[in-house]
Design a protein around this ligand. Structure first.
Ligand SMILES: [Zn+2]
Length: 241
């Protein structure tokens, strides 16, 4: 039975002869592999659907060897990303993060899908400073998966009178000096401010934000470490970390 799903291509693998397998992140089914038949020939109708970042409506049918794509209607292919290596790496990092985690419900998955598209659009089509979108993506992803990070008080004891906050990686929470565990890392003032500002600023207004120099990269390292601890995965982030 044919099914229509809305999805974005996370990656593709060559298969035999002219076929290509693609890993889709879809709104309806989450992450699934599907085969594009005959797309390596230059005149293939669905050629574009094998590219990373291709976003559109896929008609899929389940056969003996898994799902096969029988039609593709492109909505956006983000081909501008190929013209700016920094933007490309940042957008590829977003897809890497999405690929690494399993969402616990359809609602969570739908929110993550919308967030992914919004982040890619902002990286691709806006002039937001480098890495701000990727930081913002991680901050929002933690909220979606029930592990929101930013707080103005210790997450454990509620103390508001702190000199510094520490991040407890095992649980992904900001805590005071009395509540930190042995793997905790202190957040510098500038990194804490960067987190606070990005947490409260919508994507639509990120262009107006200016963070302290290098705080976006320091914050990203902490967010990535938190991501790895929360989901028990390793992150590469080629071209960035
Ligand atoms: Zn505390």
């Amino acid at each position: 039975m044919a099914e229509k799903i809305q999805g974005i291509v996370l990656k593709s693998n060559d298969r035999k002869e002219k076929d290509v397998n693609i890993l889709l992140f879809s709104l309806e089914k989450g992450k699934i592999w599907a085969t594009l038949r005959g797309v390596k020939s230059p005149k293939a109708k669905m050629k574009i659907a094998q590219n990373m970042f291709s976003y559109g409506n896929f008609i899929i049918e389940e056969g003996k060897g898994g799902f096969v794509v029988t039609n593709y209607e492109s909505i956006e292919n983000f081909h501008e990303l190929a013209e700016d290596i920094d933007k490309y790496f940042e957008a590829a990092a977003v897809l890497e993060l999405v690929e690494k985690i399993d969402f616990s419900s359809a609602g969570e998955r739908a929110q993550a899908f919308v967030l992914t598209l919004k982040t890619l659009k902002n990286i691709c089509f806006s002039n937001i400073a480098r890495l701000y979108c990727l930081d913002k993506f991680l901050i929002e992803l933690f909220k979606i998966t029930g592990s929101g990070l930013y707080t103005d008080k210790c997450s454990a004891c509620g103390n508001k009178d702190f000199d510094n906050l520490y991040i407890n990686y095992a649980v992904g929470e900001l805590v005071c000096v009395a509540c930190k565990n042995e793997t905790a890392q202190m957040l510098s003032r500038t990194v804490y401010m960067a987190l606070k500002i990005l947490d409260s600023t919508d994507f639509e207004r990120l262009q107006t934000v200016k963070l302290a120099q290098d705080s976006e990269l320091e914050l990203l390292k902490i967010l990535c470490k938190n991501f790895e601890a929360l989901f028990s995965v390793k992150v590469k982030m080629m071209g960035i970390l």
